[in-house]
Design a protein around this ligand. Sequence first.
Ligand code: SF4
Length: 224
Amino acid sequence: MREKTSEDRASGLATLACKAATCTSCRLSKGRTNVVFGMGVYNAELMIIGEGPGQREDEQGLPFVGRSGKLLDQLLAEIGLRREENVYIANVVKCRPPRNRDPRDDEIESCKSYLIGQLELINPKVVLTLGNFSSKLLLRTTIGITKLRGHAYPWWNRRLVPTFHPAAALRGSAQILDGMRYDFSLVRSVIEGTLEEDIPESAVLEESSVTESQGLDAEQMGLW
Ligand code: SF4
């Protein structure tokens, strides 16, 4: 199959964003102000995935704004990245769940074609999941983020680095922020091709977890 050109990727993302803008495939469409499709560049080496839009994101139509967004931008800057230049940020669901509850299974199912489309078009080297929800969902595990983080897992022919949600660092101890800094340094290592660590046996995921041999194409609907 022909490799996707830059134009294919940029126009593919624009088409997907247009489709999402009027999407009513799940109940979350009823309470939204804006669809928060995602932001960043189509050729990003890093794709960041959160859970779903919060109140400010819903109001502004952009992911990770406010204090959490500022901390995220700061951590990105510390590893030489900027969301406008070399990062793409999206959420598992594109519309705000009421009272910031977790997205439900049927909502995730209805929305997943958008995230899969984003992953296919952007084709990032590394995915960074922010917080318990998206980390556990994408790694198909019940292991919590505190135990899960600190590693760059093989994931659909790339690496996935799970880390805390920036809001947890704002609420919590300096240890959480230190942990995030370490995880962001793993992201940097993946991008630079200098990642040394392999997954230690103590961090082995559940049987259903994806392995390096799987590809993100025909089997995409089994992504999570
Ligand atoms: S959350 Fe996703 S599937 Fe549900 S209405 Fe919004 S864009 Fe559509």
